[in-house]
Design a protein around this ligand. Structure first.
Ligand SMILES: *Cc1c(COP(=O)(O)O)cnc(C)c1O
Length: 421
């Protein structure tokens, strides 16, 4: 993916022996397991190297050219470069690259246009929404009045007529389009129409699909939603962090809400790594990468369907899909534990209208960004599908599972990501 570089010190050769041992263990885990967590990826060595730079030493509260501290010439250039590349990548005229995470990007948008008690209409968590869109324990649930829309009981897809109906009834100040476990395309234009009809702001949270949008194979929300928030570490394959994209007219409002609204000093080493990630995503090879993510997702999804698993909404248009295990008499908890025991790492997930609680769940979520970064293709998807099916059918047969575990390790190790480490 990138040229071999000397980042060993950041991974397994730190002088702190105690920590070095742990880092080595984690590196080994990442090399030998198959990661199907839809929100995870393997970032490039360039990104890792940049994150491990001296930029972490610098305080730079404020924005380029307008800082509260001296000595910001270089970090100003870093942030300007990140903003320039982000705007180029997402075809926007304003972006804020400072949010420490996706949730903080969302929180900053809320702070910018909402007051305590204002109403938000967002996707039900059980149907694919995110904790930061209204969970009781999240700031959104505590300070705002949350109304939610669900997916259709039959199609398990967003029913836009129903969203419109709910918007008209609830008259929200902000509508959120975006999800963590929704395998279909979200129609931002339809959300825009609905928002306009009730006079609401529209925020698109593209945390999961940012890389697919950057690759040009998933419809963009930029230019349609008032605010687009994203994470840089999921399909976008960069450092752990968040961004906000909006029209220039919102720049003052958003900048103020990020700093001093929700954050202090920006993480300049992470912003630099975001800039590196944006450059990688601007390369034509990234388009190919994002196409392959979806191709792998569809192949694995179809394979599981042929094996008799019920797929939520019947299929996928993106990097992930959900399997409903109800008719297999397995919970998501049991399935994910069994799969983890052979080295296939994914997460249990609630499915629409799930009757089980979020710690147990009726489903599992499968995503292909990480295995695609490793260079795996359709043949490996069949292999992985077979191993998932076998493991779930033989989850109490220790000897059989030992064999699968060996195969998982062999497969993972034959697609190394970090060469030379
Ligand atoms: C992952 C995710 C986030 C949160 O990102 P963090 O960086 O973990 O804070 C926000 N929104 C959605 C839809 C997500 O899937």
């Amino acid at each position: 993916m990138t040229k071999e570089s000397n980042i060993n010190h950041t991974l397994s050769q730190v002088a702190d022996n105690e920590m070095a041992a742990i880092l080595k263990k984690e590196l080994q885990r990442q090399k030998s397991q198959i990661v199907l967590i839809a929100s995870e990826n393997f970032t490039s060595q360039e990104v890792i190297k940049t994150m491990g730079s001296v930029l972490t030493n610098k305080y730079a509260e404020g924005y380029p050219g307008d800082r509260y501290y001296e000595g910001c010439n270089a970090v100003d250039e870093v942030e300007d470069l990140a903003i320039k590349r982000c705007n180029l990548l997402f075809n926007s005229n304003y972006s804020n690259v400072q949010p420490h995470s996706g949730v903080q990007a969302n929180t900053s948008v809320f702070l910018s246009v909402l007051n305590c008690g204002d109403r938000i209409l967002s996707m039900n968590l059980r149907d694919g929404g995110h904790l930061s869109h209204g969970h009781k324990q999240n700031l959104t649930g505590k300070y705002f009045d949350i109304f939610t829309y669900s997916v259709d009981t039959e199609t398990e897809m967003i029913d836009y007529d129903n969203v419109k109906k709910l918007a008209k009834i609830s008259k929200p100040k902000l509508i959120i389009a975006g999800a963590s476990s929704y395998s279909r395309i979200i129609d931002y234009a339809k959300f825009r129409e609905i928002a306009d009809e009730v006079g609401a702001f529209l925020m698109a949270d593209i945390a999961h699909v940012a890389g697919l949008i950057a690759g040009g194979i998933y419809p963009t929300s930029v230019g349609i939603a008032d605010f687009t928030t994203a994470t840089t570490h999921k399909t976008l394959r960069g450092p752990r962090g968040g961004i906000i994209i909006a029209d220039k007219k919102y720049s003052g409002l958003i900048n103020k809400s990020v700093f001093p609204g929700t954050q202090g000093g920006p993480l300049m080493h992470i912003i630099a790594a975001k800039a590196v990630c944006f450059r990688e995503a601007l390369d034509p090879s990234f388009k190919l990468y994002s196409q392959k993510i979806i191709e792998n997702s569809k192949v694995l999804c179809d394979f599981m369907k042929e094996k008799g698993y019920r797929i939520v909404s019947g299929g996928t248009d993106n990097h992930l899909f959900l399997i409903d295990l109800t008719d297999k008499h397995l919970t998501g908890y049991e399935a994910s534990e069994a799969l983890a025991s052979v080295g296939i790492i994914l997460n249990k997930n609630v499915i629409p209208y799930d009757k089980l609680n979020p710690n147990i769940t009726s489903g599992i979520r499968i995503g292909t960004p990480a295995v695609t970064t490793q260079g795996m293709g359709p043949n490996q998807m069949y292999e992985i599908g077979e191993m998932i099916d076998f493991t779930l059918k033989n989850k109490d047969n220790g000897t059989a599972l030992k064999n699968v575990a060996r195969k998982v390790k062999d497969l993972a190790e034959s697609f190394p990501v970090y060469s030379g480490l």
